[in-house]
Design a protein around this ligand. Structure first.
Ligand code: ZN
Length: 191
């Protein structure tokens, strides 16, 4: 019950900051949707980032990790918050010539680590980070995100821990029920 209250709080924080919009949107892909999500807006309020990080840390604490890793940029703020709550060091990987690299930090070996992301859709970046850190004999013990939009399709070597599972349908213009209702369309981020 306590958890449900927290999820409700998280979703209202997302709405309040504009991280979750409801209406009629043209997405970058060209598809139409009744929802638009931009998690960076939730994390722009440090108190909300701390709240989400605390929730994730509570879920992931039993995995006894020794470090937290995240793909830049999306995972950096939330990964840092999770690490802070768990009292662990935090590192981020970033793309260089298309491949995820640990450019600014020495690569650890033989440690238990977590991978944190803001939103998981395909899970591609988080997967790359997990594989990269595992290469030198470390154990990838868990993955966490604020919002899981993968509908169970992200294939991690262990269950994905998320604060909120959300799947919003997208439509082509021809099949869009919101277009049919004559609802005006917006392009998020262009306001
Ligand atoms: Zn439409």
């Amino acid at each position: 019950m306590q958890e449900e209250i927290k999820v409700t709080q998280l979703v209202s924080m997302m709405k309040e900051t504009g991280a979750l919009l409801e209406g009629h949107f043209r997405l970058t892909s060209g598809l139409h949707s009744g929802h638009y999500m931009q998690c960076a807006l939730l994390l722009s309020v440090p108190r909300y980032a701390e709240f989400a990080g605390g929730m994730l840390a509570e879920i992931l604490a039993p995995l006894n990790a020794e470090a937290v890793f995240a793909p830049a940029l999306g995972g950096v703020i939330i990964g840092h918050e999770v690490a802070r709550h768990l009292g662990l060091p935090f590192f981020f990987a970033e793309r260089e010539n298309g491949a995820m690299k640990l450019r600014r930090f020495p690569k650890p070996s033989g440690i238990r680590f977590l991978v944190i992301e803001d939103v998981i859709t395909t899970g591609g970046s988080a997967m790359e980070v997990g594989k990269l850190i595992s290469e030198t004999g470390s154990s990838w013990v868990g993955t966490g995100c604020i919002v899981d939009r993968s509908s169970g399709k992200a294939a991690f070597p262990h269950p994905l821990h998320s604060l909120w599972q959300a799947s919003f349908p997208n439509f082509t213009e021809e099949d869009c029920p919101l277009c049919r209702e004559g609802k005006p369309i917006e392009k998020p981020g262009s306001r």
